[in-house]
Ligand binder design. Sequence first.
Ligand code: G3P
Length: 239
Amino acid sequence: MAYPTSQEWYNSEELEGANVKFFLDTANLDELKKGADWGIVDGVTTNPTLIAKEGRPLEDQIRLICEIVDGDISAEVVSTEAGQMVREGRELARLHHNVVVKCPLTRDGIKATSTLSKDGIRVNVTLCFSAAQALLAAKAGAYIVSPFVGRLDDIGWTGMDLIKSIVNIYKIHGFKTQVLAASVRSPTHVVDAAAAGAHIATMPLKVLDMLFNHPLTDKGLDQFLKDWAKVFQEAPVAG
Ligand code: G3P
């Protein structure tokens, strides 16, 4: 399936009533296969730390990820100068039509985002920690902005307030940049991000797995199967 260029995305009505998307925040192929197997994974985010953990060159790892998940796959540049980021971003975008280039929220990152977006390359602006920064990302034409919820919680702020604030500001001004709740650490973060109107929540496999859990589901299923067995399961043949 062909994904839209930035321009097609901005012109589309797709954002209206779009459902929250679940991305996996990992570069580990086994984790991606497990998550993808549940049929509810819409994309993948990676960062230099996650890629380095797997020990394979970025390009090779991204190609392998693209074979597992058919959706937006964020691949981050590691240059810090705008011109180099643009060159790196163009190379990454050429790897696969699903690749979204990730640029950090620095002056050079925003400059690179602006250039890449004008070329029709989709950019995820990462390491966003304020509404002011999110405005810069949207002004630069970012396809996605990634505010880090957990890392704000870590320093005693309420990360989710930032998601609410950005969603609200983008709505008021009609920005089509998608808000991706990143640095998600718990099922509560996922639910709160959805309630706040985030377009995407990216999470480790562990958090996606935790979304399934409820003791009453386990207890209820156990009882249903016991009741069923009492009537329909053949009694074991004696002797
Ligand atoms: O999506 C960004 C994410 O990888 C950062 O998560 O848990 O390292 O703050 P964390």
